[in-house]
Write a protein that binds this ligand. Structure first.
Ligand SMILES: [Zn+2]
Length: 309
């Protein structure tokens, strides 16, 4: 929600801190134009429109920039495109073909069982590009690891880094390529090294509050990465719990049977059993993961239903 510590940011950079279902949104208000970085999850689209509309006070939004195309970062694109006709939508260049064909396998919505209303992309962004947002120049940096196409945005004069899911104050996003048997941990390490070299003064992450203790955050992230490299099964287990918790954040409550059939049909979960858990059937894997989420208080059971806490 707005009202967080913005003292580190110039006045034309507004951060809407959301939660875990919707990524944070950054609204950059220039004299002539307005740009929104990331748009949240689709079930929160009305709230995204309200936050943006209130801040714009009747002015139009000109451009969306997506750091990457996970459903919690671009799920508001379609609603914003409807509300602001002619809106330019810039996405990682490597995703242009998948978006134009709306290939929901390549875009991960099928793999994760998440929703994302179809939207249009007008142009692609590449590492090395520079864009103007809020009358300030921003550099585009590649940040593979959590997602191979992920981008970060850096404003050098103010030392601001929009880090998406490459670095949070306490960790970073699931390393999705690893779940499909593709290497990702090394990319995470290289991206953390890049962040260190960029020496940001303040980081606007994809989730959670903005922060300035960058060195400590990098140290925490590197410890986490060392654990994950040493124990990829633990990373896969964490990823499964993240996907289940995300579904419950989306739904609020679900009958156990629907949750199980949803999870069993989710390609990511099916692959995890054979890749990391000695072929354990997906239903048993999901039951165990739900048990663990209940034990930690992230979910609870009420009769036949599983409920988000
Ligand atoms: Zn993500």
């Amino acid at each position: 929600m707005p009202g967080m510590d913005m003292a580190w940011l110039p006045a034309q950079v507004l951060v809407f801190e959301r939660g875990w279902l919707s990524s944070n949104n950054v609204l950059l208000l220039g004299r002539e134009d307005a740009v929104l970085v990331d748009t949240g999850y689709c079930t929160h689209a009305a709230q995204t429109l309200a936050l943006v509309g209130d801040a714009l006070e009747g002015r139009p939004l000109h451009r969306i920039v997506n750091t990457h195309l996970h459903s919690d970062h671009c799920g508001g694109n379609a609603a914003l495109q409807q509300a602001y006709p002619g809106l330019r939508t810039s996405i990682p260049a490597g995703e242009l073909a998948a978006v134009r064909a709306w290939d929901d396998g390549a875009l991960t919505y099928a793999s994760t069982g998440q929703q994302c209303p179809r939207f249009l992309a007008t142009d692609g962004l590449r590492p090395g590009d520079t864009l103007t947002m809020g009358d300030l120049p921003w550099e585009v940096h590649g940040a593979p690891g959590h997602d191979p196409q992920e981008l970060m945005l850096r404003q050098p004069d103010h030392g601001i880094l929009i880090s998406a899911d490459a670095l949070w104050q306490n960790g970073y996003g699931v390393v999705f390529p690893e779940l499909e048997g593709e290497p990702g941990f090394e990319d995470v390490g290289r991206t953390l090294d890049l962040i260190e070299r960029l020496r940001p003064r303040v980081i606007i992450p994809g989730h959670g509050g903005i922060f300035t203790d960058v060195e400590q955050a990098l140290a925490r992230a590197r410890r986490r990465l060392a654990h994950q490299c040493a124990d990829p099964q633990a990373h896969a287990w964490h990823a499964l719990k993240v996907l289940l918790k995300f579904k419950l954040l989306e739904q609020g409550r679900m009958p156990s049977s629907s949750l199980l059939s949803w999870a069993s049909a989710m390609p990511y979960a099916a692959g995890l059993g054979s890749r990391y858990f000695e072929g354990e059937p997906v239903a048993s894997l999901v039951e165990r993961a739900l048990g663990s989420l209940m034990k930690s208080g992230a979910l609870r059971r009420e009769g036949q239903d599983v409920i988000d806490c």
